[in-house]
Design a protein around this ligand. Structure first.
Ligand code: SF4
Length: 263
């Protein structure tokens, strides 16, 4: 049987606003130079193009309260609204392509007996775009158990109803202390992935080896450190990760201006 272009792992209603969304895993090789050859997963709205969703704020459905979604701002020069957006995902690329393929009916619904052969022994990135707590926990349990490793990051780590995701995902944080900080996440028992503008490590943090500052020594496929309570058995469960703020000019500009990212 021919390998499909990708599979629809899940369809659901957003816990953030009730809108319909899908979780899609393309099965073609990934061109992501940071993650390497991992299977990617996209969490997108079912009926709204991701670019339009970002522009109109309807990305709330799949991003929740992530501070990197940014804030609307008014561009006087062109008399139109734009966004101060610090998310490093370019929605016009991967998410847009995945959405268009979805609308053209290019993905098939996940049937474990048929499609697990494409996942077994592979590494998975949960939430290439979109908040990965929108993947049902039973599905995560299943997919992680047949994979050879995974990475995942959530901004929803403070939500009391979502603490079981601590087993799979790193808490995305942007400050050391105070509300919504690394200190807060550590008290809740999470491993953390911190972006920082000063580029300095805190206690028990290492610099992400895929970062420019670390010389891009490893891809996520090779490193695999961001798997929360994952498969590693070599004492690295106490290690957290930090990375200097990164991205294109617009992302760096937004990172400088968004209050939550000032650390
Ligand atoms: S620490 Fe490793 S797994 Fe985590 S983002 Fe960096 S390279 Fe990827």
């Amino acid at each position: 049987m021919k390998r499909p272009l990708g599979i629809v792992l899940h369809r659901g209603a957003s816990i953030f606003d009730g809108s319909p969304y899908v979780v899609i895993m393309p099965l073609s090789p990934s061109g992501n130079s940071k993650t390497g050859k991992m299977l990617q997963t996209y969490i997108i709205r079912s009926g709204v193009n991701p670019v339009a969703a970002v522009q109109s704020g309807r990305d709330l459905a799949i991003c929740g309260s992530c501070p990197l979604r940014g804030l609307p701002r008014f561009k006087a020069k062109r008399s139109r609204r734009s966004k101060l957006r610090a998310c490093y995902v370019n929605v016009g690329q991967g998410p847009n392509m995945v959405y268009k393929a979805l609308r053209r009916g290019r993905y098939v619904d996940y049937v474990p007996e048929i499609h697990d052969r494409y996942i077994v022994g592979r590494k998975i990135r949960f939430g290439t775009y979109g908040e990965p707590v929108l993947i049902p926990i039973e599905m995560l349990e299943k997919l992680s158990s047949i994979s050879s490793g995974w990475t995942g990051y959530t901004h929803q780590w403070a939500n009391p109803a979502l603490q079981q995701y601590r087993k799979y995902f790193m808490a995305s944080v942007h400050a050391l202390a105070g509300p919504d900080s690394r200190e807060h996440a550590k008290h809740l028992g999470w491993r953390t992935f911190r972006t920082t503008s000063d580029g300095l490590p805190a206690v028990n943090e290492i610099l992400c080896p895929a970062s420019k500052e670390a010389g891009r020594r490893l891809t996520c496929f090779q490193c695999g450190l961001c798997d929360a309570e994952g498969r590693r058995k070599i004492g690295l469960e106490a290690v957290d990760v930090y990375i200097p703020t990164h991205g294109g000019r617009a992302v760096m500009n937004a990172s400088r201006l968004l209050p939550i990212l000032q650390n």
